[in-house]
Design a protein around this ligand. Sequence first.
Ligand code: SF4
Length: 389
Amino acid sequence: MPRSAISRLWGRPVGLYVHIPFCSAICPYCDFVKIRDRNDLKPAFLEALEKELLFYRDSFGRIALETLYLGGGTPSTLDIPSLADIFEQIRGCFDLANLQELTIEMNPEHVTPEYADGLAQLGVNRVSLGVQSMYTEELRFLGRAHTPEQVKQAFHHLQSAGIDNISADIIYGLPGRQVSDLNKTITGLLGCKPTHISVYHLTIEEKTPFAIKKIKAADDDIGGLAYDYLIQTLEQAGYAQYEVSAFARPNRESRHNLGYWQWRPYIGVGPGSHSFFMDTRYEQKKSLHAYFENPYPKIVEVPDYKQYLSEKMSEFVIVQFRQKCGLDARLFQNIFNEKFEDVFYESLNKMINQGHIDYIDGFYRLSSQAWMLTDSVIAEILTTLLTTR
Ligand code: SF4
C-alpha cells in the first residue's frame, strides 16, 4: 500500500456515510444499492453494521467526525428505536464531540409529527427529502408514493420539530415535459422554504425498469434549457449555486457533500459503500446477503504507485471542477507536492484559451459559458494526465 504526500490529507475533518438499503417501493429509474423493505432482514443488517463500525474503531481508534450522513435506499424505513441503535453504535466507535451536521435522507410520506420529533431528539439537524416533483402525474411516472400535499406536510412537521435545515431533491428532464412545467414544482417547493435544493436530470441507467421499457429522458436541448431555468430561478430566489447540482441559502451548503468535493477523507459503511481513509480505499459488497455473511470492507489494491497517483489526481480534478468556486490549485500542490499548472499544462492552457476556464485567486473554475459542458471540459483536462503519465 503506498504511503505518500497524500498522507498530508489526514489531519482534515472526516465524514461518515451510512448506507441504509431498504426502500418502501423501488423507483423505476433507480440504480442505487437497495432492496424492498423487509422487517425480517433489519436485525441482521444492524448486526452486520455494528461489526463494520467496530472494524474501523479497532483499525484506527475513535476517529473524530465532522459530519454524519444516513443515505440509501431510504433511511426513514427504519423506526426511531432502530435509528437510535445505529447512533448508539456509531457513538461507541467514533468521536462525535465536534459533530457539525447530522443528515438523514427521507421520503416525504414517512414524515409524521412523532417521527420528526424522534429525529430531533436523536440530534438530527438536517433532512434531505426526496421530493422529485410537485406534480402528481410526474410523481406517479417516477414511481414515487407521495403526493405534493405530503411534501408540504413533511416540511411543516420537520420545521415544527425544530429541524429547519431541509434539503429537497428534484428531478427534471422527464420525457414529454417542457421547461415551463418546472414552474409548478419550483413555486410549490419554494413555498415550503427549503434551505438547500439539489437538481438532477433524469438519467436512464442500464438494467433499470425505465431502460428495459426503453423510456427516454428529455433531449439535451430541453434539458439544457431546463437547467438554465433552474439556475436563474433559484439564484433569483436567494439560493446560490455552489456545485453543478446543488443550490443553498447562505451557510446552508451540505457540509458532508462539500467533504467529498473538497477531497476530505471519508468512511462509508453499509452495502455498496466506499471509504477513502489513510491512503487506502475500501469497498463494500453490494449484495445484502454477502454483506451479512462478511461485513468487513475490502481494501482496493493499488497495482503501482504511479497509477495510484494518477487516479487520485483525476479524482481530485473531477470533484473540484464540479464546485462553483472551482479547483483549488494550492490544495492540489499541498496534497500532491506538484503544481497543478505543471501537471496539466497543455490541456489547461487549451481550455483557458478557449474561454472555458477562468483563473481567480488561486482557483481554476469553469467559465459561465462552460458550465453546461462540465463533463467534456473535465475530460479534456484529464487527457494531459493520460498522455503524460
Ligand atoms: S427511494 Fe431512492 S433509493 Fe429507493 S428506489 Fe427510489 S430512488 Fe432508489
